[in-house]
Design a protein around this ligand. Structure first.
Ligand SMILES: [Zn+2]
Length: 306
């Protein structure tokens, strides 16, 4: 176990620069990122901590606390302080849903003895980032390709991977005893997801990936979004249908309609995902409708490269 202060220096600043590559910076007002929030109970032994980047899911097992994602850098202590309000057990494992700095940023706060688990492509992107790769405590110790099961009985966690979407390493983290799933940023803020082509993301692959998840993940009622709220399986199903409709409409409208017209055409059937209000604590700016327009344009670009 290394000296914590020394280790924390490796990830000094808020680093959402990677997201700008995907077009977010262009449409965002200056991000107003809220601090680590108050832990909320989702169900027995399962909690979520909002703020300071992505949601952190907290799963209290017999052997210790499993964290799904660790927010932006320098939030480890704040995460641990929230965990301490519900259990005295040590943090025993970190699972990362994907490689973005607002989800892996505080991995390095936790001792190197804490196992970090992620999809193999997520490890690849983390290894390609010198600031992350130079700190072994931040890096995944174990990876998976399609499926992985951790623990057993009430403590069981199933990891699933169904293909590219937000990145090409988006893991879905399922807690079978709680009938709950942490979705990461392939489902966040009730809007079309950011697509990060620099990390293998693809809007054309997204509906296939989401439909495989919808059909391949059993017995889930509660879905913890990567940012924002806790949703339901029905909410997730609507979202999958929305992303399929968006890509279908982009394909049909390519060369004939503008992205704005195509997104507007989705409003009647999918009002939730095409709202024009700016959401509260919306770190990266933009409304759901503006994100839908962006994703139609991303689809145009991907279709043009075929
Ligand atoms: Zn992300």
């Amino acid at each position: 176990m290394r000296h914590q202060l020394a280790r924390r220096r490796f990830l000094p600043a808020i680093a959402i620069a990677g997201l700008a590559a995907a077009g977010v910076g262009a449409q965002a007002q200056r991000p107003r990122i809220p601090p680590t929030g108050t832990i909320k109970k989702v169900s027995d032994n399962l909690y979520v901590i909002p703020g300071a980047g992505g949601n952190t899911t907290v799963f209290v097992t017999q052997d210790g606390v499993v964290l799904v994602d660790t927010k932006l850098p320098n939030n480890g202590e704040a995460i641990l302080n929230q965990v301490r309000t519900v259990t005295d057990k040590p943090v025993s494992m970190i699972v990362n849903t994907h490689s973005h700095p607002d989800h892996i940023g505080s991995n390095e706060y936790f001792p190197a003895s804490v196992d970090v688990v992620a999809h193999e492509n997520t490890r690849k992107w983390m290894a390609a980032n010198p600031r992350v790769a130079s700190n072994p405590a931040a890096m995944p110790d174990r990876t998976f390709a399609d499926r992985m099961t951790l623990g057993s009985g009430d403590d069981r966690i199933d990891l699933y991977y169904f293909g590219a979407g937000h990145t090409d390493g988006d893991a879905l983290i399922v807690f079978p005893a709680r009938r709950a799933m942490a979705a990461g940023d392939i489902f966040a803020w009730k809007m079309a997801p950011l697509i990060d082509p620099m990390a293998g993301g693809s809007v054309l692959a997204l509906p296939d990936t989401l439909e495989k998840a919808l059909n391949g993940v059993p017995n889930v009622d509660t879905v913890i979004e990567g940012h924002g709220d806790v949703n339901s399986w029905e909410g997730f199903r609507d979202y999958v249908q929305f992303n399929r409709a968006l890509v279908d409409a982009a394909k049909a409208g390519l060369g004939q309609k503008t992205a704005e017209e195509i997104a507007a055409g989705l409003r009647q059937k999918f009002p939730v995902f095409t709202k024009e209000e700016l959401l509260t604590d919306m770190e990266y700016g933009g409304t759901p409708l503006s994100r839908a327009v962006i994703n139609v344009n991303v689809a145009f670009r991907e279709l043009g490269k075929r």
